[in-house]
Design a binder for this molecule. Structure first.
Ligand code: NAD
Length: 312
């Protein structure tokens, strides 16, 4: 496996994603800088990382002393942190102009050979890359939340990204213990979200028809396709099941699948403030503490699943 020669990584943005990314780098032996424009977020990030490292140590999931890992993370609000950096992963606000302005400011500071990446969820990498001095050395690096537990990292080539850049970021993601995929075209939603939202549209449609409720649809997904998809992708599934079967079913089912451009159900929930766990209500209701318990259960099961699937 090629090892990336990265010595001065900087994680930009100390929110949900950046904080955990900094810890992932440190856990994999990198001395990393976590940059954020304001101090309070950095203070919160430091406290969250310390708590997470202690929890991992208590669970026996850390091979080192938590303090030794924590020491590899430097926290700063100064853009001088980018001077001579050879890798940057940007996790700031999901706003094209904000991201472009960020890359315009830091591009002159980083090493000439630096690789610059954005963790954008939905913006075109090519558009964000316009802020970078050298778009050939720029690509998408889309992590899934929670990034320490979700194996996939999508590496998207913008129109000017060189193949070498994508390969080097791929090697870095492997060195960070991930299962990276290189996406050769800058497509909206990349691969994972296109698949996820195709499922979401159909789930909302089944709900609207009254054929099944949220609990039945969630159960059908988890114990049917979801169970299978943790082991096999759609094409492996088709090959094992028989392509002829998939052709026959797709001929009658594709025309019947939902093609709505917009979801009235999602809009109605948002209008009612039913935003899910964070609001105590969404597709389900959450009494105080239940949302946190659901999150913890998710993380514990993700951890167990990954232990089974890591080598797969
Ligand atoms: N949260 C997720 O599930 C998730 C998953 C994958 C990718 N992403 C993407 O990662 C990026 C960060 O998401 P997050 O959930 O960590 O966000 P967040 O709101 O938790 O953190 C964003 C950070 O950006 C900083 N910031 C905001 N405006 C800024 C500006 N103008 N200049 C510099 N810094 C600024 C904030 O101080 C904050 O620390 C986004 O592009 C998001 O789309 C998020």
């Amino acid at each position: 496996m090629p090892q990336p020669d990265i010595r001065r990584p900087v994680v930009a943005g100390a929110g949900t994603m950046g904080t955990t990314l900094a810890r992932i780098f440190a856990q994999h032996g990198f001395a990393v800088t976590l940059w954020n424009r304001r101090t309070p977020s950095l203070d919160r990030a430091r406290a969250r990382i310390a708590g997470d490292l202690d929890r991992l140590a208590a669970q026996g999931l850390l091979i080192e002393d938590p303090a030794a890992v924590a020491e590899r993370i430097a926290y700063t609000t100064h853009e001088a942190a980018f001077d001579g950096a050879d890798f940057v992963v940007e996790n700031i606000a999901e706003d094209l102009e904000v991201k472009r302005a960020f890359f315009r400011r830091i591009s002159p500071r980083v090493a000439p050979w630096a690789l610059l990446t954005t963790n954008t969820s939905g913006l075109r990498v090519t558009d964000v890359a316009q802020g970078a001095a050298d778009p050939a050395r720029f690509c998408g690096m889309h992590w899934w939340n929670p990034p320490d537990l979700m194996p996939l990292v999508e590496i998207t080539r913008g129109e000017s990204t060189s193949p070498e850049t994508a390969q080097a970021v791929h090697a870095l993601a492997l060195a960070l213990g991930k299962k990276p995929v290189i996406v050769q075209k800058d497509i909206l939603g990349i691969v994972g979200n296109r698949l996820q939202y195709a499922v979401m549209r159909e789930a909302l449609h089944i709900l609207a028809t009254g054929a099944a409720g949220p609990e039945e649809i969630d159960a059908a997904m988890k114990y049917g396709p979801g169970f299978r998809y943790a082991v096999l992708g759609p094409f492996e599934t088709a090959d094992l099941g028989g392509v002829d079967i998939f052709q026959a079913v797709s001929d009658y089912l594709f025309p019947d699948l939902n093609r709505d451009q917009r979801s009235p159900a999602l809009h109605a929930l948002v209008d009612q403030g039913r935003l899910g766990v964070k609001a105590g209500d969404g597709f389900y209701s959450y009494a105080p503490g239940q949302g946190e318990a659901a999150r913890q259960r998710r993380d514990d099961l993700f951890q167990k699943l990954w232990e089974i699937l890591r080598e797969g």
